[in-house]
Design a protein around this ligand. Structure first.
Ligand code: MTE
Length: 390
């Protein structure tokens, strides 16, 4: 007679002894068995961890919302630890009334809740000249998607009264890098927010506590954290972050500038190099994420033969503009090697390009705005590798 499975036949400790009481964990943490689900740094990428980046573990996440403690971080001068009682938001420049707001002042404006992705323009940047990093955490993990609570930037600008010539807004951070970006007035008055909460609780220090700018669908660099000042002007300020950085050098030596919007993009998060197929052939679930700075995702296709044939994936969960979308594709894996790809199409009809199509237009010098189709090679053992098909 076969022996019984000891996890069923033997009484386990957690079944024998009472566990911790309600006061043991006043702020809850994930299970100790999930300790591998963390943000990760690529040590060779930057010379220190102060002006640096870590990556969201996309391969371990479900749904469309990123837990606060797993949102990737990008700091130019480390995390500013700000006491909200000593934080002010100033608005000056081409306004009728220059104003200074405390946190309490900001919380008296009409409040809104919106789910948006934030993607760093450099996401997938290390892959411009060929596949390099083995894992979607590293190739695509400069993205997170949370529900922000805050006030529309429009209300703050209206309170100060924008003068007729005011056509740009400069946003400035209170951190040691005093990060600054110019934002066109049209966008500022449209859907930008000053957010003080994410996923129902105060912003995390890493994400700009006590307030950050939210610039839906546009590159993460513009989402100024620890926001302390807004200046209204009649032209862009040509700051470092919009001249020497966050511009795209083309093959002819000219650079694309003010490339704010994040283009339609997707990635298969499982299977992927950090999540090989371990169950052998048979029923296999493909799971992934798609997003677009132009709105919602209309369709995602999945290929298992490197883009020769495409199959419609199933988008599941909320489909919100400028938010992550979750897709699934179920198939019967015959155990042979396959080349997995996903291709997203957004509501404006933009189709995610292949990496070759992207390079044909943009050359090979770029770092930013790489939305090319990702290929994962699954070998017969179920191991997965980052490759490129041309
Ligand atoms: N704001 C300030 N004040 N300082 C910074 O270093 N980094 C920017 C932006 N806002 C930055 C900032 C960059 S490059 C990105 S991609 C996003 O914040 C990252 O946001 P996150 O750290 O919440 O992921």
């Amino acid at each position: 007679m076969a022996e019984g499975d000891p996890v069923i036949t033997e009484i386990q400790d957690w079944n024998r002894y009472p566990g911790d009481g309600v006061d043991a964990r006043p702020y809850g943490q994930p299970s100790q068995f999930e300790s591998h689900v963390v943000r990760k740094n690529v040590p060779w990428l930057t010379s220190d961890t102060i002006s640096s980046i870590n990556f969201t573990p996309l391969h371990e996440l479900e749904g469309i919302i990123t837990p606060n403690g797993l949102c990737f971080e990008r700091h130019h001068a480390g995390i500013a630890e700000i006491d909200p009682a000593n934080h002010r938001l100033m608005i000056n420049g081409l306004v009728d009334k220059p104003l200074v707001f405390t946190m309490a002042d900001l919380k008296r404006f009409p409040r809104e809740n919106r789910v948006y992705f934030l993607e760093c323009a450099a996401n997938t940047g290390m892959e411009w000249r060929g596949s390099q990093l083995n894992g979607c955490q590293y190739t695509h993990g400069m993205i997170h998607c949370v529900m922000y609570t805050g006030v529309r930037l429009k209300h703050i600008l209206e309170e100060a009264g924008v003068k007729a010539a005011g056509s740009w807004v400069l946003a400035e951070g209170a951190d040691a890098s005093a990060m600054t970006r110019s934002i066109p007035m049209e966008k500022a008055l449209d859907d930008c927010m000053v957010a003080f909460a994410m996923n129902g609780e105060a912003l995390r220090p890493e994400q700009g506590y006590p307030i950050r700018l939210v610039v839906p669908g546009w590159e993460g660099n513009m989402w100024v954290k620890w926001l302390r000042r807004l200046e209204v002007g009649d032209q862009p300020w040509q700051q470092r972050e919009e001249t020497s950085k966050y511009t795209d050098l083309l093959a002819n030596g000219k650079a694309r500038r003010f490339t704010w919007k994040m283009d339609v993009k997707s990635v298969i998060t499982s299977p992927s190099p950090q999540v090989p197929i371990v169950h052998g052939k048979g029923r296999t679930l493909v799971s992934g994420l798609a997003w677009s700075g132009s709105g919602t995702i209309k369709r995602v296709d999945v290929s298992i033969d490197g883009g020769r044939n495409w199959h419609a994936a199933r988008i599941d969960g909320p489909s919100l503009p400028m938010a992550l979308h979750r897709f699934y594709y179920e198939f019967d894996w015959d155990g042979s090697e396959i080349f997995l790809q996903s291709r997203a199409i957004d509501e404006s009809g933009f189709v995610q390009p292949t990496k070759d199509q992207l390079r044909a237009v943009r050359g090979e010098n770029s770092i930013y705005h790489n939305n090319g189709i990702q290929t994962w090679h699954v070998n017969k053992d179920g191991g997965v590798e980052n490759v490129e098909i041309s």
